[in-house]
Design a protein around this ligand. Sequence first.
Ligand SMILES: Nc1ncnc2c1ncn2[C@@H]1O[C@H](COP(=O)(O)OP(=O)(O)OP(=O)(O)O)[C@@H](O)[C@H]1O
Ligand SMILES: [Mg+2]
Length: 228
Amino acid sequence: MRRITILNPKGGSGKTTLATNLAAYYASRGLATVLMDFDPQGSSSRWLKSRPLTLAPIHGVTAYRNQPGMTRSFQLRLPPGTARVVVDTPAAIEPQRFDEYTREADAIVVPVLPSQIDIHACARCIEHLLTTARIKRREERIAVVANRVRPNTLVFRSLMRFLETLDIPIMATFRESQNYIRSFELGVGLHEMQAERSLPDVEQWAPLVAWLESRGRTQEAGAEEAVV
Ligand SMILES: Nc1ncnc2c1ncn2[C@@H]1O[C@H](COP(=O)(O)OP(=O)(O)OP(=O)(O)O)[C@@H](O)[C@H]1O
Ligand SMILES: [Mg+2]
């Protein structure tokens, strides 16, 4: 099982967009997938509710709402056989609480928009992941995704220059695309849309999904060896 947390306290950076598309990607590949929504806005949960029943199912956990009469661990339990867990986090979480979301994550993906405000917020987020949440660079668990980019703009070049100084890999750049808005409305993922429409966006996901698949493999290999 692998757990991927999408985190950036800056509102509107693309957390829910990444979380829903990633969950749909895994489900469409036949992996038993859980989408955990920690955001009281409930955007991921709403997307999941509108998901057509004809598509591969995704198990939703509305983690932001305490269910009466249920312990927290029971509420957050995973169905047996879960292969991938995608965690959508809210805006404005305090750095002291990052650890609640990152502790068990095999990978932490930080989406960032090309604007000066977002660049500063991303710098703070990475700094807190490394200090307050005590994630070591050598664990290679953190990656950045530049979202809603318009290449050849000054602010995009400034974002890329800044990301290079952080020494955290930029795993993908996603262009500004109506396909994200459309797929969200339809309760589907990009990878489930008509290929001729979504191909340029789908191609941009390839390096990210490849990197995510390489995370957590060591622990899994170790666990398998232990079983043998
Ligand atoms: N690459 C993109 N192209 C076009 N629109 C996008 C893209 N990424 C995100 N959006 C749109 O930007 C808005 C904000 O994105 P999203 O809801 O994913 O951000 P968020 O980080 O989850 O926000 P919040 O912090 O409020 O939870 C949404 O309307 C979404 O459809
Ligand atoms: Mg969101």
